[in-house]
Design a protein around this ligand. Sequence first.
Ligand code: ADP
Length: 497
Amino acid sequence: MADYVLALDQGTTSSRAILFDREGRAVGKEQREFPQIYPQPGHVEHNPEELWGSQLQVIRDLLRRARVAPERIASLGITNQRETVVLWERETGRPVRNAIVWQSRISTEICERLERDGVEPLLREKTGLLIDPYFSATKLTWAFEQDSELKRRAERGEILFGTVDSYLIWKLTGGRVHATDISNASRTLLFDIHQQQWSPELLDLFGVPEAILPKVVDSSGLIGETDPQWFGKPIPIAGVAGDQQAATFGQICFEPGMAKNTYGTGCFMLMNIGHEPRLSSNGLLTTVGWRINGETTYCLEGAIFIAGAAIQWLRDGLEMLAHAGDSEQLAASVNSSDGVYFVPAFVGLGAPYWDPHARGLMVGLTRGTTKAHVARAALESIAYQTRDVLDAMRLDSQIELSSLRVDGGATANNLLMQFQADILNTAVHRPVIQETTALGAAYLAGLGVGFWETRDEIARKWTLDQEFSPDMDEQKRSSLYHDWQRAVERSRHWLEE
Ligand code: ADP
């Protein structure tokens, strides 16, 4: 009888393995960082062998330290950094080049070309995304334009492509399964989210040979088994989702209108919009959340580039703080930011503005401004940006949120969480378990083999740590938010005089 589900979380800076028991408790955890490769400004790569090597190592370490034999693991789930492109040889499994990481801006020129060609409406309609180097397709175009021999080999069917989930599945199954789950496929710009298949028209547009593509599978259900060479005995692979979708699942946002926001380096908010893919009119992406037993759940997604990173910048750039957590005490030493607004548009603005030419600013400074006001304004900027995205979601979905579920490092900050509730006028719910991304992958994998029977059974495990209720009068809320919007306007288009 199996007692555990194993979740792999292959992130941007580290690979993690976490063991969950039947109650959904994390009973063991291992993590290992791997090198970031920066071949030129704006370009980021990972060595696929290092992704795989670190992932395999943390699983082995975890099983050894927790003294758990593979037969006690019901199934394995994978969640991963999304959009990152891996290319490897079908025959040998050898990567043919480094992985092109989601952060890489290497295909900016290709994107500009596509915009000039006017294909954005077609891409939006088919994929729910927009033209940006962030998504996989233009990274592939770039790799093939760089290396025509690679393109020829791909056309001959000698090369395989996958996002990181796909590469891990291929490695884990000893090269027997070349698959990706639909949530990851929906981030490539090659996948038609209505037809739920790779789009021949888009493959043609991006110059991607069909022969390299993985098979698209459900996010939950048996996908393959790990090769016995890795852990002695086979373990079923039965759940896969991109990191933000997995977190949404781990936060039990199973009903339309439920939403979660993850507060890390940036913020990622996803709202379940049900079984129909509705396109945003307000600067959000439409993406596949998950597909289970052939039933697809879609989400609206808003990405904020700089959130917790603004606090990191106070710490490392301004050297104002020793630890990110100190921001709370410092901010609490004043009653308000006293009219100071901080727009952390360090790399432009993401959703809902999509302005690559915006840059950061601080405005409303007076002779009385202290570092406490600055710290408070930085924390508040995280909450205001979240309101920008949530307002867009309210408009797109016509749904009033009853509460927002939150996770990620910066949710430890109670002042931020209270201000978030105040400025949204919505309750903020922080669960006990913060490992929601890995937990989501575990839930998908556990459901996939009947370790857990139903989604209701899983939903009951979600436990509230703390609720933050709105406690600000409407006039104050709207005047604060109004001034935030004025500050954002001043940061926009800064680089395009
Ligand atoms: P990621 O997965 O993106 O690396 P994490 O979820 O680990 O992010 O969260 C780390 C981020 O949260 C950092 O940017 C850090 O500045 C911020 N952070 C951590 N603790 C706090 C805190 N108590 N208050 C505000 N920000 C915090």
